[in-house]
Design a protein around this ligand. Structure first.
Ligand code: FES
Length: 554
């Protein structure tokens, strides 16, 4: 009686307690997360589907992570959101769940939670914004922010123009409409089989977004009665498919960290090097910013992810079964491409095989580093230069406008102290704007190296996720300005021309920087976060705990 009675206070009739599946709708709606601000409407559509199929839907709020507003970086809180959602799913009496996400970190955080609890789950991402438009041209969220800020810093764009551009860039609800991290992770959720086919690409403002949500509501009721749990959907084969598809779509480098973290929750063996090995044979087919020209609306109308997966079928495990209960082969059998400029054929790709995210090794990054080749300048992929080193991104920002800064076009800029523990939270600062004096000379790209991440909407010849990071005495902590560095992407190497003896001497004189975070979640994070090469999850969250509550007095 106690359980029923309090739910009666919400006005439900007795039928909802007749044993039908209880479907949680975990909603990361928040006005502080503009990309997710429309998700209440999406939840209503999911509820329609749940009622239709004979389930009992109950929507509840979760933590939300707004990439553009949160300080010091939304990534610091991905693991906190994953913990929160995990505990909500386990603590409440749910038979299955629909996850509503959108902005960058909300999708991986929810998938990590679902992986740990292992209740039957469908994800519905909120969809991208409509294409940005400014003065007759298409502008992409994020990508054009970096471009316009660079133009503004170089004095080629006025403040008034910047203000005019920002509204044209955000014309509707939804997440960033470039192939940034949010679009990438929406595609990864579909590639893993955790959301319905075509779900990744319907624009947030398109009525088909709500239709998909309603269908997810219908389907999840069937799932609740089946054993098709995340651990049976997100298998090693599913992760291999996701990595290959990420290469094909020119996806974000952040997918590397998030997929490693999700796999870690499931105990699926996945290593950083898998991303390079699996992607080497795969060309980039999708012509979207920041690697290409178009935006998510174009991708959707060209056929979306099923059309890409059909093109890549020869590389994929087509027998994989996702939340639809159908094989991938069955799903893509009828997929069609309607625009070959946007989704290129295998015979005429946007970028040749092996031009996606490369994993580098060498004495500067013994545990790996990544570079998104398709967003880099080809002439810089093999480059030898002298380092100019900054201990923090703030130090760099103070120095960058200095007209007397000792920097050349060939210099390799190194920013450290921006890794998971060091910042903390590994902010998206790896594609930092070039020094002002070089911008004014018309330089548009330089080799940049950091233990940070880069926004999926960013571009440039930027080496990211250097591991181990500087805060744990990785070799990047020992680089000095003037040292020679060799970047050779074709051989996947990043090396520092400094002998082992000298590095040992520098290490002996090195002391760890003090963390400004001495209490609360940030301290817990600093003490337990793993390196980027392991997915930057908290060490005690690896592995699944299941849906059972150890002590259940019900
Ligand atoms: Fe939310 Fe880009 S800021 S997806």
């Amino acid at each position: 009686m106690i359980y029923r009675s309090w739910l009666r206070a919400e006005g439900f009739t007795a039928e909802v307690f007749d044993g039908r599946p209880v479907i949680g709708i975990a909603n990361s709606w928040s006005e502080l997360t503009p990309c997710n601000a429309h998700l209440r409407g999406v939840a209503d559509a999911v509820k329609r589907g749940v009622w239709q199929a004979g389930g009992f839907p109950l929507e509840f709020p979760t933590m939300s992570l707004g990439e553009s507003l949160m300080r010091p970086t939304a990534m610091l809180f991905r693991n906190l959101m994953a913990m929160e959602v995990e505990e909500l799913l386990r603590a409440n009496p749910l038979d299955a769940v629909v996850l509503l996400s959108g902005c960058d970190k909300t999708t991986p955080a929810m998938l990590m939670a679902a992986a740990s609890v292992d209740l039957p789950t469908i994800m519905v991402t909120g969809g991208p914004m409509l294409n940005g438009r400014f003065r007759g041209t298409q502008v992409g969220s994020g990508t054009h922010v970096w471009r316009f800020e660079q133009e503004h810093a170089a004095g080629r764009m006025t403040q008034e123009d910047l203000l005019a551009a920002e509204t044209g860039m955000a014309r509707s609800c939804g997440h960033c409409m470039t192939m940034g991290t949010a679009s990438t992770m929406a595609c990864m959720a579909e590639a893993l089989g955790m959301q319905l086919p075509e779900s990744a690409t319907w624009p947030a403002a398109d009525s088909r977004r709500l239709r998909t949500a309603q269908q997810a509501g219908q389907r999840v009721v069937d799932l609740a009665r089946s054993d098709l749990r995340p651990s049976r959907v997100m298998t090693r084969q599913a992760f291999e498919n996701a990595i290959i598809i990420n290469a094909g779509i020119g996806g974000s480098t952040n997918a590397v960290i998030h997929l490693l973290a999700i796999a870690g929750r499931l105990g699926v063996p996945l290593a950083l090097d898998d991303f390079d090995l699996l992607a080497r044979r795969v060309p980039t087919l999708v012509n979207l910013m920041p690697s290409g020209k178009y935006l998510m609306e174009d991708f959707c109308y060209a056929g979306g992810l099923p059309a890409v997966m059909r093109e890549l079928a020869g590389f994929l495990h087509t027998g994989h079964v996702g939340v639809t209960g159908r094989t991938l082969a069955d799903i893509i059998a009828t997929a069609e491409c309607w625009n070959r400029e946007v989704i290129r054929p295998m015979a005429d790709p946007l970028q040749p095989p092996g031009s996606g995210t490369a994993v580098l090794r060498g004495n500067l990054c013994p545990d790996g580093a990544v570079i998104k080749q398709s967003a880099a300048s080809p002439h810089l992929l093999c480059h030898r230069g002298q380092a100019l080193v900054f201990d923090s991104i703030e130090d760099y920002h103070r120095a960058a406008p200095d007209p007397h800064l000792d920097v050349q076009e060939s210099t390799i800029l190194v920013v450290r102290g921006a890794g998971p523990k060091g910042y903390p939270g590994m902010p998206e600062v790896g594609n930092f704007v070039l020094p002002t004096k070089l911008l004014e000379r018309g330089v548009t790209d330089m080799v940049r190296i950091s233990d940070a991440r880069m926004s999926g909407t960013g571009y440039g010849t930027v080496v990211l996720h250097v591991a181990p990071e500087a805060a744990v005495a990785g070799p990047v902590a020992l680089v000095q300005s003037g040292d020679w560095i060799n970047l050779d992407v074709p051989t996947r190497t990043l090396t520092l021309d400094v002998g082992d003896d000298e590095l040992a001497r520098r290490l002996a004189a090195w002391s760890p920087p003090a963390s400004p975070f001495t209490r609360g979640y940030a301290q817990l994070y600093v003490e337990h976060v793993q390196q980027a090469s392991q997915g930057a999850d908290l060490d005690f969250l690896a592995g699944a705990s299941g849906a059972a509550v150890p002590r259940d007095n019900h």
